[in-house]
Design a protein around this ligand. Structure first.
Ligand code: 0L1
Ligand code: MG
Length: 277
């Protein structure tokens, strides 16, 4: 049963309610049947509950067989926040089974109502101390890469509050990493600024959006620092080999009726996928 009194960790719901919510979201994902928002049934659901539900969901994913690929930031640009009406950056987890090959095929029927968006991805070469300074954090990045993210809310009509979307692992559903990429020092040596790279987003051969990476929390490096701090506050850290998505600088596009999606990022290259029904 839920309780109106917050627990010491800021949560309001009991562990069995977290488990029940995580199972409902996992079933929605597997059956491609979006559900109503958790907060409709549990208005007292807090961000701390949502974090616990998301973690329980990852533990349940694919019968407990999901393996860690990295982390994602969501809602790090005004365009993304405005699209879904939630105005705070959020953190989710990436699993290996979410990976889609560059130039590969996305099966739209594998999701509820998928959308796609351009991303800047970091591949980490070293573990990062949660208290590391900005320069040290950037020095732990092996490669910066162009990417795409498939997002797929497990809620009806892509409608949710902040705790709902956190509980739903920030709508994470798939990711594509392209190339060739560049190291942060390589970008600097070429006179390019990670915090101001041009991003072109193309759907079916037509440019649908354009942005600077400056739109992502004042630059992807700031996004990475904020992720290091958020994870640190939960007693976690980024590790060598982790992939990190910094968040989209532009709004996501529904995959319905789409056949091909490409992102081109100045200095980093491109990533693309074909889409099948
Ligand atoms: O990666 C994102 O910015 C998505 C965050 C969740 C909101 C959404 O589903 O668009
Ligand atoms: Mg994203």
């Amino acid at each position: 049963m839920g309780s109106a009194q917050p627990n010491r960790d800021g949560s309001s719901l009991a562990a069995d309610v977290h488990a029940h919510c995580a199972l409902a979201l996992e079933q929605a994902r597997l059956q491609r049947q979006p559900i109503r928002q958790l907060t409709a049934d549990h208005p007292e659901l807090q961000v701390a509950d949502a974090v616990a539900i998301a973690a329980a969901g990852i533990a349940l994913r694919n019968g407990g067989a999901a393996t860690h690929a990295g982390w994602k930031l969501g809602l790090t640009s005004r365009a993304k926040m405005a699209q879904v009406g939630v105005f705070a950056p959020i953190v989710g987890r990436l699993c290996q089974d979410m990976r889609v090959d560059d130039h590969g095929t996305v099966q739209r029927s594998a999701y509820c109502h998928p959308r796609i968006e351009p991303e800047i991805a970091f591949l980490l070469a070293r573990d990062i101390d949660p208290n590391a300074g900005g320069a040290e954090i950037l020095a732990a990045v092996g490669m910066v890469l162009p990417g795409l993210e498939i997002i797929d809310s497990r809620y009806r009509d892509f409608r949710f509050t902040l705790p709902d979307v956190i509980a739903d692992n920030t709508s994470a559903a798939g990711f594509v990493v392209g190339g060739p990429g560049e190291s942060p020092s390589g970008l600097r040596a070429r006179g390019l600024e990670l915090g101001n790279l041009g991003v072109i987003f193309e759907v079916d051969g037509v440019q649908v959006d354009f942005a600077s990476t400056a739109a992502i929390l004042d630059g992807p490096a700031h996004a990475l620092v904020s992720l290091v701090r958020s994870l640190g506050a939960e007693g976690q850290r980024l590790r060598a080999g982790d992939l990190v998505l910094a968040g989209a600088p532009v709004a996501a596009v529904p995959l319905a009726g789409v056949r091909h999606v490409r992102v081109m990022v100045e200095g980093l290259g491109e990533a693309s996928v074909r889409v099948e029904d």
